[in-house]
Write a protein that binds this ligand. Structure first.
Ligand code: GTP
Ligand code: SPV
Ligand code: MN
Length: 599
């Protein structure tokens, strides 16, 4: 029975029912009883069922579940992700485009009767705290209990979301998901921003099927944000409480698997803790940003949990993320330690379990397997953990107003070009800095790993409209914010030495760079004007208590090699050329100015 009187919702669900023809429809109210019943059902499936979730050790990991997806279905599929707008130009040169009518016609047969013999779950959810003026409602229909249980962690899911929508509004995002046969040849992740609609088929991997996340909160929301004068960004949000009790908020955009979750939960070095610095996590992946009544830019995290990369997460690298996964968490594609039915992944510790099941399901001797170069966990294996588990979750996490943003930070994986940190001259130049971001690709998306590609604002795979128009939107937001705009910075934790080793220690020590950033915002830190922006001098970065890092190392990390940059400019020009007349003139000007300054 429907959970709402909203005729638009009910009509759409009827249409989806007529299309997919499920045996049964279950509306997800979000109650504990319902979640427990679904968990029971999905954990009692036969072990060889593709849909099965397994209970983990309930003493060591209470409430935690395990799932593995098919080997061909472990990451986002960018080549099968489409933005379907009436005009091709509105999707822009960086998105796969298809005419909406054509795509609906192509996908309809894939959905026709696909839920025969299955149950359709209707999931109402809110992105953002219920009642927040920045929050938005979505409804996802799916044939996957795994999706329901993950959406429960990642969003404010259940009947309350409908209260937010009201009785007659049509302003909800329609998400249709079917795992279908999980056939990679017929896998599509399609967005129809002009219809508030997402259709995802033949995948069961998180980023492709938890439609509130990248599909709605970035691709559809970025489109809505342009029309409604706000921004949806691939950014973590963190608060830094200074010893004087004042808290600074920083939003940072790094591409997938480039350190957002880690930075969002960092533990400051001892010296900072002693002085009284504290770090609070507001979000680890997505920020929705809107100008507040005070003229400043305010941010909410639309999500309620973390869908984080497991490998590399350990007590030392990210204590808070690990702590977040110790209860009520769903692990996907990690390895199992069969001795005690717990989880393991590369980088958790130095002791791969001997009696292991690797992520594809084979029982192996984990020690031998890893010694021979095998990976027990998939490099993009993930945990879905409730944000409320996080020891450093911000007291503002559920604040419907969000938090005021002091600084915006861009960053990527660059072995050489980008220095440790620099500040843009102003918002327009900062928009330029974001637009020329580049990063080495990671396992978060299917395809080659380690290839440098341009990834403006870490939004390349997530911008739901023409990225040239997106740059214009950034410039317009800056004009509206005026002198209340956050300051814009760029960081790079990933410079390498001759042996290919990371020079900067990263992780908690990134606090040392954030320190300079927030003091710049307060007008307390020195900087030098260089060709690319304002840079700290080496001794403006606090390296007290850092082993193996001298001021010479910092100087090296801050150095700018003009010839490398001029080489990079060639790539930027090529990239910019793809935008044709949608590239804002201001960015073309910034590029020629940069070239002049470097020459
Ligand atoms: P998505 O969830 O895909 O958006 O990724 P993310 O940006 O949240 O990345 P995450 O924090 O999960 O980090 C991904 C990988 O980068 C992990 O293997 C980390 O160990 C590594 N990493 C994170 N921060 C640092 C850092 O400061 N230095 C170095 N060298 N590696 C880092
Ligand atoms: C990313 O790839 O940026 C993620 C994971 O945060 S996914 O939900 O798969 O997009
Ligand atoms: Mn992400």
């Amino acid at each position: 029975m429907s959970l709402t009187n909203n005729p638009n919702v009910n009509k759409w669900v009827e249409e989806m029912t007529a299309l997919t023809k499920p045996d049964k429809i279950v509306w997800i109210d979000g109650s504990q009883e319902q979640l427990e019943a679904l968990t029971k059902e999905v954990t009692e499936l036969p072990d060889d069922s593709r849909d099965k979730l397994f209970w983990l050790n309930q003493e060591k990991l209470p409430g935690c579940l395990y799932h593995r997806t098919l080997a061909n279905d472990v990451a986002r599929v960018e080549d099968r992700t489409f933005i379907c707008t009436k005009n091709k130009k509105d999707a822009g040169p960086t998105n796969n485009w298809c005419d909406p009518a054509e795509m609906y016609a192509k996908l309809t047969p894939l959905y026709d009767g696909v839920m025969k013999g299955r149950t359709m779950y209707v999931i109402p959810y809110s992105m953002g705290p219920i009642g927040s003026p920045l929050a938005k409602v979505g409804v996802e229909v799916t044939d996957s209990i795994y999706v329901v249980l993950n959406m429960n962690i990642m969003t404010r899911m259940g009947k309350a979301a409908f209260e937010n929508l009201g009785g007659t509004s049509n302003d909800f995002v329609r998400g249709l998901h079917s795992k279908a046969d999980v056939d990679p040849e017929n896998r599509y992740i399609c967005h129809f921003p002009e219809d508030n609609t997402i259709w995802s088929v033949n995948s069961a991997y998180g980023g492709n099927v938890l439609l509130g996340k990248k599909c709605f909160a970035l691709r559809i929301a970025s489109y809505q944000g342009r029309n409604e004068s706000w921004m949806a960004e691939h950014m973590l949000i963190l608060g830094i409480e200074k010893p004087d009790g004042n808290t600074k908020y920083v939003c940072a955009a790094f591409p997938s698997a480039c350190g957002k979750t880690n930075l969002a939960m960092l533990i400051p070095p001892e010296g900072y803790v002693k002085k009284g610095y504290k770090v609070y996590t507001v979000g680890d992946d997505i920020a929705w940003l809107k100008q507040g009544e005070d003229g400043r830019l305010w941010a909410i995290n639309p999500e309620k949990g973390f869908f984080g990369v497991a490998p590399g997460t350990n007590e030392k690298s990210n204590y808070n993320a690990l702590a977040s996964t110790r209860k009520n968490t769903i692990f996907t594609n990690v390895a199992i330690n069969n001795d005690d039915n717990t989880v393991w992944w590369e980088g958790l510790d130095k002791n791969p379990p001997e009696n292991a099941t690797e992520w594809k399901g084979a029982k192996v001797n984990g020690r031998e397997y890893t010694a021979n170069g095998g990976k027990l966990a998939h490099p993009n294996s993930r945990f879905t953990a409730p944000a409320e588990n996080c020891p450093c979750i911000s007291p503002e996490f559920n604040n419907p107003k969000g938090v005021p943003v002091d600084a915006i930070v861009f960053g990527g994986r660059r072995a050489k070009t980008a220095p440790l940190v620099y500040q843009s001259f102003d918002w327009q130049h900062g928009t330029f800095v974001g637009s020329i971001m580049a990063s080495e690709t990671t396992a978060a998306a299917a395809g080659a790993v380690g290839v440098v590609r341009r990834d403006p604002m870490a939004m390349l795979p997530f911008c739901g409209y023409n990225m040239g128009d997106y740059f214009t939107h950034w410039l317009e937001m800056g004009k509206k914010l005026g002198d209340k705009a956050p300051k814009i910075f760029n960081v790079n934790w990933f410079r390498t030495d001759e042996e290919g080793k990371f020079i900067w220690p990263g992780f908690g020590d990134n606090m040392r760079v954030l320190d300079w950033i927030i003091e710049r915002c307060d007008g307390n830190a020195e900087a030098e004007k260089t060709a690319i922006g304002y840079e700290p001098k080496a001794n403006d970065i606090n390296i007290e208590g850092l082993d193996g890092i001298s001021y010479e190392t910092v100087e090296d990390l801050l150095s700018v090699d003009s010839s490398l940059w001029l080489e990079d400019i060639k790539g930027i020009k090529e990239f910019y050329a793809g935008f044709g007349d949608t590239l804002p003139e201001e960015l073309a000007q910034e590029l020629s100015r940069l070239e002049e300054r470097l020459a």
